[in-house]
Design a protein around this ligand. Sequence first.
Ligand code: HEC
Ligand code: HEC
Length: 387
Amino acid sequence: MQKLRLSIPVRRLRLLIALAFALTVFALVVPELAAEQRLLKLAIPLGLPTDTWSYYVPRTNPMTEAKVELGRKLFFDARLSADGKVSCSSCHDPKLAFGDGKAVAEGISGKLGTRNSPSLLNAMFYPNQFWDGRAEGLEDQAIQPLTNPIEMGNASYDQVVARLKTLPEYRAEFQVVFGGEVTIARVGQAISAYERTLVSGDSPFDRFNAGDQSAMSDAAKRGLTVFRGRARCSRCHTFSEALPFFTDFQYHNTGVATNDPRFDKLSRIAFNAVDTEQSKEVIDGLAKQPGGEELGRVRFSYVVFDIGAFRTPTLRNIALTAPYFHDGSARTLAEVVKFYNEGGKLNVAREWDLAPLALTDQEQRDLVAFLESLTGKLPENVVSQHR
Ligand code: HEC
Ligand code: HEC
């Protein structure tokens, strides 16, 4: 009896040892997850919201390593354009903080656009894309330049897809990443997955904010006080630990649109049309006229405050992305500060509380020094891709 009772635990022990052995062998022999399943590990730089990071990655488009790599290839591939000469990176160049350093974009056959190419650093955090917010998210935005006649010039999305399907390497990679053929939606998903790696933080300001008093110069520290205080910049370029991007993600009319001589007339007609029964009809008509793009956000919202209103841009990395404003009209940060010091430019719908600031020369220089302290770094694994 006793012998029997003892033998059961011994047998169990043997079984356990065999099981542990088998598990160890399994772990050693079975390879780790393949790149098409492995999610990319991104070291989110200091100052950016690590906790809420995953909220910005749609569940419908997880960032697998293979997808990010495919998106990166597409982003730099000029074969996506009608003449084989323009890629996304032509206007969003990694060497220029993913901008292009020009006043307005220059696309296919040197055609000039009407707007300044924004930096793509931290673009994933904007709830809407473009200066007037007309695209929902990155997936929605990423395919639009392909058929824009002055950007990449393709006649249709079908044309782009058909061209990519003739390239064996893309046929194979889409199969691996998506388990299917090339579609325009998948092109958008891959490019967006890559764009979500372009996060930038760890600037002198971020290190200062984390407690390193020596990270920012005295001029930059004084500039921060002016930024939050007398100059009231932080009314629109808001900062919080959860949303540390120096933007309220809203649209404002600061008067930049008045640089276009056609804006005055168009904005007055729009002003009289909003809140009437014909508002949509009138504004849609104005939008199509030469200079109509300068009406900005109102073209999509039909709201009076949005006449000549454009999105408050992030100020991170701002020292790297001259020239400034949606039309590239300010060449330097000093010029931007001068613009605000004069209260922006008056027009029918200028933001009500922009007014001349009477900042001293010293305060203006300090503001620029503060803006220069917002230049950050990319995660190391993203930087290494661009070497
Ligand atoms: C010819 C230059 C040009 C090319 C090529 C180009 N872009 Fe852009 N991009 C721009 C301009 C200009 C804007 C701003 C347009 C606007 O707001 O109306 C913009 C805006 C964007 C935005 C919105 C960023 C923000 O802050 O709202 C994203 C994202 C973007 N482009 C990604 C891409 C991708 C992806 C490609 C390639 C498929 C691409 N771009 C090709 C010039 C270009
Ligand atoms: C009423 C809201 C508001 C206030 C106040 C404000 N800004 Fe802006 N800022 C904007 C908007 C909107 C734009 C884009 C304007 C455009 O291009 O039409 C902008 C653009 C900028 C740009 C150019 C960004 C780029 O990518 O081209 C800089 C730099 C800037 N602001 C700095 C400041 C500073 C410094 C102050 C304080 C002196 C300030 N802003 C006050 C709303 C505001």
